[in-house]
Each structure stands twice: as C-alpha cells, then as structure tokens.
Ligand binder design. Sequence first.
Ligand code: SF4
Ligand code: SF4
Length: 236
Amino acid sequence: MIGQQTKPLEEVLDYLDGFDVIALFGCGGCATTFRTGGADAVESWVEILRKHGKRIATAIVLPPGVFTCYLPMSERYLTRHRSGLESADAVLNLSCGDGLQVIRAWMDEQGIVKPVVPAVNSMGNMGEGPVRFVEKCRGCGQCVLAFTAGICPFTQCPKSILNGPCGGVSEDGMCEVDGSRPCAWIQIYQRLEKLGRLDSLEQILDCHDWSGSDAPRIIDDESLKLVEKPRILRRR
Ligand code: SF4
Ligand code: SF4
C-alpha cells in the first residue's frame, strides 16, 4: 500500500486560500486504510472546510476497493460528478500523489482545468498494520529478496547496503544509524541460518542495477486490461 498521512490543516488551508468553492475527491484504496481519504475522511473535511467558510461543490466518496489511481474505476465517479468538479474553484484530493495526478490528468483532458491540491503526504510502499506501518519496499525495479531471505536490504537498512552488514553494527545486533532497530543484515543472517542457506552469503551480489528505478517508470502491457467476464479457474 502507499503509506500516507493527512497534511496539517494550516497547510491545506493555505493551498485553498482564495478558492471559495471546493470539490473533494476521496479514495477507496490505500487512503481508506490510512484514513486519509475514506468516507469518514471526506465527511470530516467537508465539516472542516465549511467551518472555514468554504462552500462544497461536491464531495466524492469512493467505496472500499475503488482506487483513485486506477482510472478505469475512478473515471466512473469523475464522470458522475463532473458538474461538481466544473463548478468548483479548486479540488482537494484525499489520496496519494499518484491518485491526485491521475484525476488531474483526466480533468485536464476533459477541459476541466483547475487547481487540484493535496490533503495528503505520500510515504512510500508500506505494510503491516493495523496501527504501525513500516516501509517495506522502495520499488527498486530489480528485487533481490530471493538472495536476502525475504528481507529488503534497501528499505530495512538505512544505508541500503547490498552486501552487508556494515562495520557499525553493535555487538547486540542493533543498527548503528538507529540503535532502536535491529541491523537488517543480522536479521538476514539469522533467517538464512534458519533456512539452512547461510552458504548464499558467500555469493557477493553485483552492484545493484538501479536503472529500473529511474522515474518516471512506465508499464505498458495490453494484458493488464480488465477482463470483462470473470474466469473460473479449475482447481487441481
Ligand atoms: S529489493 Fe527492491 S523490489 Fe525487492 S523489496 Fe527491496 S526495494 Fe522492493
Ligand atoms: S548496522 Fe546494519 S542495518 Fe544499520 S546501517 Fe549497518 S548494515 Fe545497515
């Protein structure tokens, strides 16, 4: 999921300064999990903005499972609320920066050109929950988890060391950069030991190919189109 947190109110009000009529666009995906853009968040923003003298042109709630960033889904809601978007001075987006840019591009294409501002800070690929979420993957484009016992050296080690550990790991196995967390490479070692795969540490991994992380990355694949009819897979 894309981890995210709501921006401070003052910051959002600054973005909306000079705009009287606001459209809100929520998200039924990650933003619902992080409570930045689900139904409750949309409702609460409506109240807050009204209290600050704004008028609400439309407040669009996407049901759970409907992702703002996935245009085949969100387009239905954009289309349905088109007149509200048209009558707004600005749009406040309650999803990650990915979702914001998807709806912003759709609006531009439709000739609805107006400011779309974020209510949310996006914080990368996070997992776990329900309270504590931890960044697990930097989306490097060339996953090495097969060599590192399923523990990502690029996100779990603050130095992103590929052939670790560094010289600073403490005697009790904690990280020198952040003494409150265990060294990622000690964890990798311990897990490889449990798997009976310690020999894999003898293999020095080549310099990581970061070219797969150059922005903007694009996946263009015809087979990703939604299948219209559900398929029934035969069980073995
Ligand atoms: S190695 Fe790369 S793709 Fe795999 S978890 Fe780490 S950052 Fe993500
Ligand atoms: S102590 Fe371990 S986790 Fe911390 S920076 Fe060094 S190798 Fe990375």
